[in-house]
Design a protein around this ligand. Structure first.
Ligand SMILES: NC(=O)c1ccc[n+]([C@@H]2O[C@H](COP(=O)([O-])OP(=O)(O)OC[C@H]3O[C@@H](n4cnc5c(N)ncnc54)[C@H](OP(=O)(O)O)[C@@H]3O)[C@@H](O)[C@H]2O)c1
Length: 260
């Protein structure tokens, strides 16, 4: 860990082929991270990112297979990673699915059960290691579900809650950070109308790196969605339902579309 700036030297990235993860790893490389373990369902897809990281000055870029839903592989995945590297400064959890096509249970398995499974394995390693950082991509959707995203929102609410609890378990030596993006123009939202306050993966990456530097407990990206959500989450149910029903039946995006 580069203690002066809280930038990790070695990062493990789970779901490394995500657009947000790709931008974040490149931002980390620019900030001084030199070693990356990139994990994805199809490690071959990570070759272009690995190439860019090496060109940006990374000394070590490893690509490994990881599937969040293959729970029985998680123990060995974590053991093998720590056997190879002994110390991981940053664990970045970026995988997830919106679940428009995969079904509720699969989405819950990926976003919540899979994340808890791998993070519980990592927790015990970090407790032995004694230092480190964990950053987990939640969503503003964790704050309040609506009819057209309630399964996804519920998985993010569970993950968000788990991560905040993990922060308490591992404090003060290990920094755990929840990341709550609004609408991000990524593969996940391809084909959806960009919403107010929508951002690009590079914007989220900059907010994440700034959050690591500050050792923030929670990062909202963009920061304005924090205020928007604090209003929306307190709306009475019928009002919220009316607004979101309006959103669902309207092809053009409205303010509530910001909450993926
Ligand atoms: N885009 C948004 O508006 C938005 C807003 C708030 C939060 N988020 C969250 O941000 C994170 C990154 O999303 P993104 O926007 O960068 O979208 P993305 O590019 O679609 O990334 C999602 C990644 O999750 C990976 N993934 C899905 N199921 C997996 C599994 N079973 N095991 C391992 N990896 C799996 C996918 O892997 P493959 O490459 O193999 O398909 C993909 O790389 C997600 O957690 C998402 O929920 C996104």
């Amino acid at each position: 860990m580069n203690n002066a700036f809280n930038i990790p030297e070695r990062a493990l990235v789970l779901g490394a082929n995500s657009d947000i993860a790709r931008s974040t790893t490149l931002a980390l490389a620019s900030a001084g991270t030199t070693e990356f373990v990139l994990a994805s369902r199809r490690p071959g897809d990570l070759r272009p990112l690995a190439h860019r990281l090496r060109a940006a000055g990374a000394d070590l870029v490893e690509t490994v297979e990881f599937d969040a839903t293959e729970l029985d592989t998680h123990h060995n995945f974590v053991s093998a990673t720590w056997e190879r590297h002994e110390h991981i400064d940053l664990t970045f959890v970026a995988f997830g699915e919106l679940g428009l096509h995969s079904g509720a249970v699969h989405t819950a398995m990926t976003n919540y059960v899979g994340a808890v499974s791998i993070l519980e394995e990592i927790r015990s390693r970090l407790q032995r290691q004694g230092t480190g950082t964990v950053a987990v991509v939640s969503s503003v959707a964790a704050e309040r579900p609506r009819a057209d995203n309630y399964v996804y929102a519920s998985t993010k609410a569970g993950l968000d809650s788990y991560t905040r609890g993990l922060a308490d378990v591992l404090a003060p030596t290990i920094h755990v950070m929840v990341v709550r993006p609004g609408f991000v123009r990524s593969k996940m939202t391809a084909g959806l109308d960009p919403a107010p306050f929508s951002v690009d993966p590079d914007d989220v990456a900059a907010d994440i790196v700034a959050g690591l530097r500050r050792r923030s407990p929670i990062v909202w990206s963009p920061p304005i969605v924090r205020g928007v959500m604090s209003t929306l989450r307190h709306l009475p149910g019928p009002v919220h339902r009316k607004i979101t029903q309006h959103t669902t039946s309207t092809p053009k995006s409205t303010i509530t579309d910001a909450f993926r």
